[in-house]
Design a protein around this ligand. Structure first.
Ligand SMILES: NC(=O)c1ccc[n+]([C@@H]2O[C@H](COP(=O)([O-])OP(=O)(O)OC[C@H]3O[C@@H](n4cnc5c(N)ncnc54)[C@H](OP(=O)(O)O)[C@@H]3O)[C@@H](O)[C@H]2O)c1
Length: 359
């Protein structure tokens, strides 16, 4: 009989505690049928983690294990899993904020992940690079392919002759969104600080606009009026970005505006914002950007758009280089003990970088 797995985790012991506690972790010996257990090699840090510490914006049971992004080796698979086996190198999107509780947070030595949001990575791609991708993938998949209903990405991209605007291309969410939209064959316009213009072009954007410029919205509208406009995705979700995106969209007849955070409630009447995280007027989760992967019902049933992209496109695109592990990782030392420091650093702000901790 296999030895019992000993786990260790960086626990969020109670709501709004600002200090993770490293202690024995959740029992990961018995994965459910559709789960894999990943031996964690690296985790990436997202704003959602320090925001949970600051605002408790989702109702969680404590103690909890935070963390969405994981890279590592498959340790064990559930009885229904056929795509993976022990030893496979993978990335995964841990869904602990929404599903599965502490077992499904990435900030632990062994984590559980639903197999539909796991993908194999090439041998030559280091874990501490690959780990920047998972949450960006699930979020962009929803914004672009569910809410905007864009054509799905492919490793044999063909130009569609249509243009999308990705607001905030140098952010972690924007970096993935640019790559996915470009892989679908769209021309991508984006916004970023000048220091990141070369970076976002390297991801597939054809033109970049400095978002701090006073006339940026006007410039974008002028430029987009010469294109077959396919939509805009707000990867920043702040008042300024959402208003600017809404103004652009409104000029082109309005429609759905996916945004990663709560939109202001006085946008132009012809713009229908699709909420990023949860409806602030309700205590229940209403519309999540990862809903293309999981419909927002209590069982989080997989939706085919996200499942297909995670299953087919991601591993193939990582092999061909159509999908790059971006933004660049910036390593924070300390293993599980270093995660709180990394969360504090992420709160101070990053630019075209993702903080990563190796375990
Ligand atoms: N709803 C969801 O499920 C979900 C999932 C993931 C993330 N989020 C949210 O999405 C947001 C972005 O997350 P992230 O991890 O991508 O953030 P991030 O990488 O930490 O964001 C930093 C980047 O944002 C850019 N930026 C800041 N303000 C901007 C503006 N007004 N216009 C354009 N770019 C701007 C900066 O660009 P420059 O350095 O070029 O200036 C910088 O590169 C966060 O608020 C996060 O909480 C939501």
């Amino acid at each position: 009989m296999a030895a019992k797995l000993e786990n260790k985790a960086a626990w969020q012991t109670e709501a709004q505690s600002k200090l993770l506690k490293v202690a024995p972790g959740p029992d990961q010996n018995d994965p459910l049928a559709d789960e894999v257990i990943i031996k964690v090699a690296a985790v990436a840090i997202n704003p959602s983690e320090w925001k949970m510490q600051d605002f408790s914006y989702l109702p969680l049971e404590y103690p909890h294990v935070l963390g969405s992004d994981v890279a590592g080796e498959i340790f064990k698979v559930g009885s229904g899993v056929t795509r993976f086996q022990a030893g496979d190198r993978v990335i995964g999107h841990c869904l602990g904020l929404l599903y599965g509780g502490a077992r499904h947070g990435s900030f632990q030595a062994y984590t559980a992940c639903r197999e539909v949001v796991v993908a194999k990575i090439p041998d030559e791609l280091p874990f501490d690079h690959a780990v920047v991708l998972p949450l960006g993938l699930s979020t962009s998949i929803t914004g672009l392919f569910e809410h905007l209903a864009l054509e799905l990405p492919s490793v044999d991209r063909k130009s569609l002759g249509k243009t999308v605007l990705i607001w905030g291309g140098s952010s972690s969410m924007g970096s993935t969104a640019i790559q996915l939209a470009a892989a679908s064959g769209y021309e991508v316009l984006t916004t970023a600080s000048e220091r990141n213009h070369a970076y976002v072009k390297s991801l597939g954007a054809s033109e970049v606009f400095d978002y701090s410029g006073p006339g940026v919205t006007k410039e974008l509208i002028q430029r987009l009026s010469r294109t077959d406009f396919a939509g805009v995705y707000d990867c920043i979700g702040e008042e300024h970005s959402t208003r600017a995106c809404a103004e652009v969209l409104s000029k082109f007849g309005g429609g759905v505006l996916p945004t990663v955070l709560w939109p202001p409630n006085d946008l132009p009447a012809n713009v229908k914002p699709v909420l990023g995280e949860l409806n602030p007027s309700s205590t229940t989760v209403k519309s999540l950007t990862i809903s293309a992967v999981y419909a927002t019902n209590p069982g989080l049933v997989p939706n085919h758009v996200g499942v297909e992209i995670w299953r087919d496109f991601v591993p193939a695109a990582l092999k061909t280089g159509t999908l790059q592990a971006k933004p660049e990782p910036k390593l924070v030392d300390g293993g599980l003990d270093g995660i709180q420091d990394a969360m504090n650093l992420q709160k101070k702000g990053v630019s075209a970088q993702k903080l990563v901790v190796k375990l």
